[in-house]
Design a protein around this ligand. Structure first.
Ligand code: SIN
Ligand code: FE2
Length: 209
């Protein structure tokens, strides 16, 4: 059996096909209002292979000049991000164990060639809330490690409808996406993978939501 590092929960097939289909429609409507943008690494400006957008009061963005950050508006349109769909707020209530709602939902779109290097999610002020991740579309090989970059890692496949929670001691675990397995799901008409990550950004006593 695959034993995951403490604080990391993999819930296979947590979302029904019907819920996944509804979520895809909601993501399409979010992308119409808040178009996918090309994230670039701080300082080098090297483009990441995923395309991104967000929903929620805050969104995670990155570019060469200003680096990783959360902001209330889309970097290209300047408009506020669309709201987080109710089904994701429900999911957060079910699995997060955290009293306040998520403030950001990062939407990553992976073509068959896209991947994401090993990293920690640490641009948030409150690590007591978990990161809740939803996979839609093609399978991927997900890698998760320890809280140091050189710690041992484990890889496993994430499928459409799977939910992963990075919480507690696993909140700052290094993680990434090694590869996408093309044509493994029929959920997205044109293939690829969508990952949604729900996050708290500020501490509840900092005032905002
Ligand atoms: C992320 O770490 O932002 C994305 C993880 C994933 O795509 O499963
Ligand atoms: Fe991440």
């Amino acid at each position: 059996m695959l034993v995951l590092p403490k604080g990391i929960r993999h819930m296979p097939a947590h979302l029904s096909r019907a819920v996944q289909e509804t979520l895809v429609e909601e993501v399409r409507s979010i992308v119409q209002q808040a178009p996918l943008f090309v994230p670039a690494m701080p300082r080098t400006g090297k483009e990441m292979s995923v395309r991104m957008t967000n929903c929620g009061p805050l969104g995670w963005v990155t570019d060469k000049e200003r680096g990783y950050r959360y902001q209330p508006t889309h970097p290209l349109t300047g408009e506020p991000w669309p709201p987080i769909p109710d089904s994701l707020l429900d999911l957060w209530r079910q699995v997060s164990g955290y009293p306040n709602p998520p403030q950001a939902c990062l939407i990553n779109f992976y073509t068959p060639e896209a991947k994401m290097g090993l990293h920690q999610d640490r641009d948030e002020a409150d690590f007591s809330a978990p990161v809740v991740s939803v996979s839609l579309g093609d399978d991927c090989l997900f890698r998760v490690g320890q809280t140091t970059r050189d710690g041992a890692t484990k890889s496993f496949r994430l499928k459409s409808g799977d939910v992963v929670v990075l919480g507690g001691e696993g909140r700052l675990a290094f993680h990434g996406v090694d590869r996408i397995y093309p044509s493994t799901s029929a959920l997205l008409k044109n293939g690829g993978r969508i990952n949604l990550t729900l996050r708290r950004v500020t501490k509840p006593d900092e005032g905002a939501v």
